[in-house]
Design a protein around this ligand. Structure first.
Ligand code: G3H
Ligand code: ZN
Length: 285
């Protein structure tokens, strides 16, 4: 199946009240694990490349691996740029056939975020690709991006309509207390803030970053409040590496990488399936 755009998936999620998992990828086994999970769950899926993934594997490899996986898949697959820091990188991803891009101007002053996001939207829309923007500043560490607790800025709901209207973004990452990486203690999500954003912009698909480690009841509560894309990276890595470690400890003499990466891929697939069921995307493809 050819790749589909992000907005196609998130519009269906909005109509049928579920969320699509956006899972970070950087090698063949991870891509295979996620696609196999989507096929088994009959779920739409977003595969996304972070800045670290682009440094590690390169945009061309990621694109080629995802295209190979999607070609065979019977479920809709979207290829997304995660936390794009510049107009140039957005353009590069458009040239390589990504079907969704994020321009992350959250560290910029508001007017600058508006200006650069609108520029990315204009270019992406010209070739039929949908765009995610970010308003507020999400905490935690995601490879290249580190935001300390004191630097977190929660999204001001009252500013959202202005940002969306002036930039033309198709979906919006909001800062409501989630964090990238593992949480220390229980995450505290600001549901009042999320509800107000949803009340002001009921048709706008919202994106939750830092999806790893959020208790299931919080996820179930967030979805009807407009959350249509949930980003997960850390929990998938933990499943993959945890299994690889287990195999290496049990068989220290093993030197065939496939005997280690194969079971790790299987463990990651099970974690992705669990998330798809939780997000309500299972059976929707
Ligand atoms: O953009 C990717 C994420 O927001 C993933 O966050 O590693 O905490 O799951 P996570
Ligand atoms: Zn993120």
């Amino acid at each position: 199946m050819p790749l589909v755009t992000g907005i196609e998936l998130l519009e269906d999620a909005r109509r049928r009240d579920y969320a699509v998992g956006a899972f970070n990828v950087n090698n063949m086994e991870i891509i295979q694990a996620i696609i196999a999970a989507a096929e088994e769950e009959r779920s739409p899926v977003i595969l996304q490349a972070s800045q670290g993934a682009i440094k590690y594997a390169g945009i061309r490899y990621i694109r080629a691996l995802v295209l190979a996986a999607a070609e065979e898949a019977k479920v809709p697959v979207c290829l997304h740029l995660d936390h794009g820091p510049s107009f140039e990188q957005v353009m590069e991803c458009l040239r390589y056939g990504f079907t969704s891009v994020m321009f992350d101007g959250s560290h910029l002053p508001y007017e600058e975020n508006v200006r650069l996001t609108a520029k990315a939207v204009e270019a992406a829309h010209a070739v039929g690709v949908s765009v995610e923007g970010e308003l507020g500043k999400i905490g935690g560490v995601e490879e290249e991006i580190r935001v300390e607790d004191w630097d977190v800025v929660l999204t001001d709901p009252e500013v959202v309509p202005d940002f969306v209207e002036r930039t033309g973004v198709d979906y919006l990452a909001v800062a409501i207390g989630t964090k990238h990486g593992f949480y220390k203690g229980e995450p505290k999500l600001d549901f009042e803030r999320l509800a107000r954003i949803h009340q002001l912009m009921p048709d706008l698909p919202l994106v939750l970053h830092g999806g790893s480690g959020i208790p299931e009841e919080h996820i179930r509560r967030a979805i009807p409040l407009g959350v249509r894309k949930i980003n997960i990276d850390t929990e998938l890595r933990a499943a993959f590496v945890g299994k690889a470690r287990e195999v290496m400890a049990a068989k220290p003499e093993e030197i065939d990488p496939r005997k280690i990466l194969g079971p790790a891929r299987e463990a990651m697939k099970e974690k992705v399936k669990e998330k798809m069921r939780l997000f309500g995307s299972s059976g929707k493809a």
